[in-house]
Design a binder for this molecule. Structure first.
Ligand code: V07
Length: 254
């Protein structure tokens, strides 16, 4: 997207203008409410996860259309291992299922797939599917699609502290050289801009160990629909709300 203003149409076909400097560069989403969506319909939780995948596909298309540079989606948290084994097994097959159907479209759209999270503990078949998507899109220059998979923010910070401590112990880094940039460089999200906007559907008003460091200045948008019901119009409404909020980063605007 190289032109200046982007015209988009909401559901009622009302034309909206999104100025490029008021569009969030990086949007993070907690894809929450899939189990409750299914329970409400008397369906198994797996049906909710499937519907959540359809919502993800829609959201990727919409984010790309709106010119979002980075989209981070919370697919599996370190806490999710506490779920029943059968559900975890099912969830661990979703990356390969999603990529089998959607990787060609992501490649055609010049999307670059990356992952934030710990590889240790993930099944081999899951890592294989994700790595294939990462390597096949490594040279793409369009939207970055960042899957938070086996991700937990506190564990990520512990990892950073350990790596930095090792550099100090090895003598390659001085304690007084440690700063915010160095900490950020040891997070899974190293190199990415911080999210400008966090969207959490399903009515929960919590961060749940997601990107605690990175969300320091983000606008938070809580949406009252379960993730499988999240549509383009919800993303557009969140972007519009974002563009109307004043982000002052603790300074006073004159
Ligand atoms: C998962 C579907 C979306 C709703 C939230 C929970 C269930 C896509 C992926 C995925 C992950 C990595 C990757 C490509 C796709 C995924 C899990 C769950 C564990 F490289 N959806 N999805 N992974 N759900």
């Amino acid at each position: 997207m190289s032109f200046s203003w982007k015209k988009v149409f909401s559901k009622k076909n009302k034309q909206t203008e999104i100025s490029p400097d008021s569009v969030p560069k990086h949007i993070a989403i907690i894809m929450d409410g899939n189990g409750r969506w299914a329970a409400q319909r008397g369906l198994p939780r797996t049906a909710g996860h499937h519907a959540g995948m359809v919502a993800l596909r829609r959201t990727i298309r919409a984010a790309d259309e709106f010119g979002i540079k980075v989209l981070t989606v919370y697919a599996f948290s370190t806490e999710n291992w506490k779920r029943p084994v059968a559900e975890v097994d099912f969830l661990m097959r979703l990356p390969s299922e999603f990529l089998r159907t959607d990787l060609p479209e992501l490649i055609a759209k010049n999307v670059k797939v990356i992952m934030s999270g710990s590889r240790t503990g993930l099944p081999r078949h899951t890592i294989k599917a994700v790595d294939e998507a990462i390597s096949k899109t490594a040279n793409n220059t369009g939207m970055i699609l960042n899957f938070a998979l086996n991700y937990g923010s506190r564990a990520e910070i512990v990892k950073a502290v350990r790596e930095i401590s090792q550099a100090v112990a090895a003598g390659s880094l001085q304690v007084n050289e440690i700063n915010e940039k160095i900490v950020a460089d040891h997070l899974y999200t190293a190199g990415l801009p911080d999210p400008d906007l966090l969207i959490r559907p399903s009515g929960e008003i919590r961060l749940s160990n997601f990107l605690l460091w990175q969300l320091a200045y983000a606008e938070l948008c809580f949406v009252e629909v379960y993730w499988p019901d999240f549509k383009r119009e919800h993303l557009l409404a969140a972007i519009e709300a974002f563009s109307q909020r004043d982000r002052r980063f603790g300074t006073i605007k004159l």
